[in-house]
Ligand binder design. Sequence first.
Ligand code: ATP
Length: 233
Amino acid sequence: MLEVSGLTTKYGEISALREASLHVGSGEVIGLIGPNGAGKTTLLNTIAGLLAPSGGRVSLDDEDVTGHSPERLLRSGLALVPEHRRIFVNLTVEENLRIGGVTVPSADRPGLLEEMSERFPVLRDKWTTSAGYLSGGEAQQLAIARALMSRPRLLMMDEPSLGLAPLLVDVVFELIDALRAQGRTLLVVEQNATRMLELADRAYVLRSGEVVAEGTGTELRDNKDLFDTFVGN
Ligand code: ATP
């Protein structure tokens, strides 16, 4: 479904991503792990059209989408739950969700809202509350639900468990598992490599902007040197 080849992204003269390649098949859950500053966020943001690559190619179902705008990519079925959630704190839960659904036909939006209210009981209970009053875990669920409102073919999440209390980290991983069970296609950046590897079909390890390893959770965990050096958590 998603094919990334030789993707390079620079901040000024510095290459934060160097010729990164990966692929995500339909229905796969793929982890993206690696130490701080490895380029994970840069990779997701480049795929999502928020950053312009200086080289390489991104294709979605064999269509070259390199350099397309985030909105166009969203319409093509690629949604991103950004780092630090970035929900609209002055808008209610429902309004945030409605914004997430702007790219789908208006006739489909009530059904999607209904689906989100069923899947996320904590959001249903705070439907008309300003999103600024949500706890970290609730805000993360809202950010994910907002992305799901666009009915993505591929959902990318950047550090969904970051900064959450342990119990809420469990909630986020359970949610990822539930989305997987539904057959959704996911590409997830996670600091919590151990848990991500338990859940993912495969994962890519990034270090200093390069993809240095790829494999199933078992393969990557069995490679002790790699796991301790590149992942370490
Ligand atoms: P983290 O887990 O800390 O978020 P990451 O793997 O997501 O790390 P990136 O945030 O993609 O890594 O950063 C990759 C490199 O690019 C780092 O060296 C970082 O300092 C640098 N970088 C990130 N954003 C910018 C920016 N806006 N301007 C300049 N350099 C940046």
